[in-house]
Write a protein that binds this ligand. Sequence first.
Ligand code: MCA
Ligand code: AMP
Length: 499
Amino acid sequence: MSNANLYCRFEQSFSANAERTAIRAVDGGGHLSFADLAGGAARYANALATLGVEPGDRVTVQVGKSIANVLLYLAVLKLGAVYQPLNAAYTAAEVAYFVEDAAPKVIVCDPSRHAEMRQLADRCKVFAVVNLDAKGEGSLATLAAAMEDRHDTAMRGSDDLAGLLYTSGTTGRSKGAMITHGNLESNAATLVSLWRITAGDRLLHALPVFHVHGLYVALNTAFLAASEIVWFAKFDAKAMLAEMLSATLMMGVPTFYTRLLAEGGLTRAAASNMRLFISGSAPLLPETHREFAARTGHAILERYGMTETGMITSNPYEGERVPGTVGFALPDVSVRIRGEQPGVLEVKGPNVFKGYWRMPEKTREDFSADGYFITGDLATMDQEGRVSIVGRAKDLIISGGFNVYPKEIEEALDGLEGIAESAVIGVHHPDFGEGVVAVVTASGPIPPEAELIAVLSRNLAKFKVPKRIFAVSELPRNAMGKVQKAELRKRFGDVFRAG
Ligand code: MCA
Ligand code: AMP
């Protein structure tokens, strides 16, 4: 039986390109050749093995973006263990839920959180806690440095888990999406071929590596194709422009593109070496697409995906990239809309995850009888199969590419002194696409807005906290008593507009 571990595919490309640069950090964080990448991954794998990590074990990772984080990701794959990345912005209360649910063998955290994580680990019977800071230093790095740079890649089947990525899916509490080696391999190979990614490419990488976009779409395709990665610790429009002439490829959320457009330096000349700009994770406004084309001569390629499915559709590489559409189903992926249009998009293919971690019932609910995953996105599809995402059947806000679930914020607000009930909505935001707004009613004196925001920030990651909170005498309801969020979106739709 051949080994379906995704790392085996990476290994082939790493050894065929050993001396070439694999990653170059722009902020003086050094650079690694493909041989360094393979050696580093083996060192980290040996380090995790000494901590007891075995195939199938979960490794929870909440660290700042560093090249060491990439070595850690590769090491977990190599060991046949399951990578569980968490947004660095999550608070201790949020992390506790993920750790309790995933039951990892090891937690890797920032050194500043070590003591707090150790307590959580004791409570949840986690074997070890090690740390890594945003410079890639810490107890795990020290342990790895003392290890050998060889480690045999664990045998895995294509249906074995490679990642456990938490998402709220269509409703309810966060659920772990079980992502297999086969899911990752098929999606990355399809994208490499569709987007013509090669060893000649240089990828501008400024996305976080705890979500599918920066982790799987960007890293896995670059590793398969042996492209060079130009590494930014975080997105900064000026820093990205400064590197653009040396690069060929960029992947980003729409906020990256609107922030680049705000820079006078974004010109045809600045983008003249670029081959392809790709956008996803949230809707790219047609006006952003058009303005970008006018300024640079490049038609941004918009694609669409989900944590549970990886990438589903893409605008064509050759052929028209139509603003406001997300293109066609990927070659090995099947999409459909049952009934009238617009309707909920459903998807089937080798990219679709194995189910929600320890939630067989929820998994069954989200698949049709004939095995299609129900995305919760409202779409239309034309005669040729070109898809446009026109809305969401799920109550979800996407702010700067990060998902915010209104229900979670409403529950937090409803628990506060003075608040009777709340409704959380997303409205147009010039920078983040959608901005989070809360509308509340009072059960007594309501604390000032700034105080409410400060209180919420103790337990909720910053990107989830409403940027504005408004008090009203009552929430609009329909005949069934359900809060009419569309009414609220109309009423508060302009709160982030200029002026
Ligand atoms: C930061 N803040 C935010 C966000 N990011 N608030 C709302 N939404 C956000 N996304 C807060 C900060 O805490 C700060 O608060 C204030 O806003 C301004 O921060 P700023 O420095 O401007 O932000 P930043 O650090 O520059 O971050 C903006 C960003 C970042 C670069 C757009 O959010 C980002 O990297 N987004 C990418 C998300 C992503 O990778 N999504 C892919 C998901 P204060 O001032 O109060 O401290 S994968 C996915 O969706 C699927 C699978 C797919 O299809 O790809
Ligand atoms: P996540 O749960 O982080 O995987 O986010 C997936 C969701 O992001 C999808 O269900 C869509 O609602 C949204 N999304 C991703 N790409 C696009 C896009 N190009 N246009 C519109 N929505 C998108």
